[in-house]
Structure formats: C-alpha cells, structure tokens
Design a protein around this ligand. Structure first.
Ligand SMILES: [Zn+2]
Length: 278
C-alpha cells in the first residue's frame, strides 16, 4: 500500500515535470481566436499571454465570442451586454482589435446545428484569412461545458473546410476566396483528461503577463474583485510560471499546435529542398 502510494506520487511528479518544447513566434500578421464565451480567452491555461505577445510583435487579432453569455453572471437579463462589454475591455488590455459576437444561446450549443456554427466560422476565416487560429482543442475530452465542446468541434472542421472551394460557394459569390488556416494553437486544461496533450510552449514576458492578468480580472460580472492585490497577481503568475518551468522559461502557456501543411507527407521536405526565394 505504502509502496503503491510512493509510486503514484513519483508518477504524478514526473507528469507535472513533463518537458514541453519551446515554440518560436509563428510567421504572419493576423490571428483569430474563436471560443464560446466572453472570458474564454483570459483563463490561466490560455490564451492571453500568447495573444499579448503576438500583438506586441505587430499582429492584428480578432476575438470571436460564439454565445450570448446570458447565463454567466448575476442578472440573466443584462448578462449578455455586460459580459460583451467586459470581453471588449479584456480584448483591449491584450491589444486585440475587435470582439465579434455571434450570439448563439448560452449553454444551448449542444442542440445548435453544427453545420450553421461551422458555416459562420468558415465565413470569418475566409474574411479575415488568419495566419494563426486559436481555440479549444477539438480532440480534448471531458470538458463538461457543452458550448466549449461544440465550438471546438466546429472550429476543427472549419479550419480545413474553409479552404475547399465547393464548401459554401455562396461565400465565393460574395467575393471571398477559400482559405485554409495554416497554423493552429489549441489549448485546454490538461486535467480535463486524455485527449489534450500540449506539444508546444509559447513564452511571454512580465508586461504581457500583467496584461493577461488585467484581461482576466476585467470580467467582474462573473469574477467579482480579487481578495487582495497579491491574490490578483498570483492568479495568473503561478500557472504561467508552472507552464514556463516545463519549457525552461519564466512564463509560458502550453498549446497543442498543428501546422496544417505539415501533415501532407513529404511536403515540408520538398519545400525546404526546392523552394527558392523570389
Ligand atoms: Zn467558457
């Protein structure tokens, strides 16, 4: 019994210390963050630090709030608009350009038609043509929130389907062109269970951590005020340090990153061998 406990402890320490390779800043200029709720881009496990770093590096970012957040907060009636305003404030702290609200009914997304949600994402991807897209991990299991699961699945499909000309040809008739998102960064709490495993750490600095903290606490309608300035600071600093440790840096967030073109067998090698600068 004692032995078993010792092994269990040892295993959990090993898991906590699993190293994650440090990612380089991706190439590009536009990013899209598509999530379910007003505050999803501000949690400790993502995405604020990476967002702030991209903005500081000259990128333009857009936040897509998929639901109307009517049930999140103290008063059902005003929640939608109060949460939207606080989401805009959080986005401003992070330096994002705009919050786009799709207003699907909060907590009802498991019965909302996947195809309709996906069609909206495809339209946005074709409009903004993001070099990077962030969302929940479509393959992450056990997230109890029905809106998170629905959004993740629709995003996972949309990033690929937006590149197919026969998908929603009405978008092409409206002047948009197919576009497949080249770089994807998915986050999720790792303690939600198997399915999500981070494969890259993105570093950020103290000033970017401060903005991540400001963004998190912008959502007063659901979070109220921190117990103390110390509690406020540690709320984002502690998890950012923990994630940073796994990549040998001070602060980081962990993602499951996919380069959409890397999965075509041999393409990367072919381009490295044959592509020549103009
Ligand atoms: Zn959420």
């Amino acid at each position: 019994m004692y032995h078993g406990l010792a092994i269990l402890l040892f295993v959990s320490i090993l898991q906590a210390a699993d190293p994650v390779p440090l990612g380089q800043l991706p190439k590009g200029k536009t990013f899209l963050v598509i999530l379910a709720h007003h505050d999803d881009h501000t949690w400790e496990w993502g995405f604020g630090g990476f967002i702030a770093r991209l903005v500081d590096s000259g990128w333009t970012g857009y936040y897509v709030r998929t639901t109307n957040d009517e049930k999140d907060g103290r008063e059902w009636g005003p929640n939608d608009q109060v949460n939207l305003r606080e989401s805009q404030e959080a986005a401003r702290h992070l330096g994002m350009k705009e919050v786009i609200s799709l207003n699907w009914r909060n907590d009802h997304m498991s019965s909302a038609p996947l195809k309709e949600i996906r069609a909206q994402y495809i339209l946005l991807i074709r409009k903004y043509r993001p070099d990077v897209l962030m969302s929940w991990d479509p393959w992450g299991h056990y997230d109890r929130n029905p809106d998170h699961k629905r959004v993740a699945r629709a995003v996972g499909e949309a990033v690929w389907m937006a590149g197919l000309p026969n998908v929603h040809p009405e978008h092409l008739a409206a002047g948009l062109e197919p576009f497949r998102v080249p770089q994807l960064y998915y986050a999720q709490r790792e303690d939600y269970g198997k399915g999500h495993t981070a494969n890259i750490a993105m570093e950020f600095n103290q000033a970017q951590l401060d903005r991540k903290t400001d963004a998190f606490w912008s959502h007063k309608n659901v979070r109220g005020n921190p117990a103390s300035p110390e509690a406020r600071r540690l709320s984002m600093e502690t998890p950012s340090r923990e994630a940073g440790k796994r990549a040998g840096v001070t602060f980081a967030e962990l993602f499951y990153a996919i380069g959409e073109w890397d999965d075509v067998p041999g393409l990367k090698d072919y381009l490295q061998t044959n592509a020549r600068p103009k």
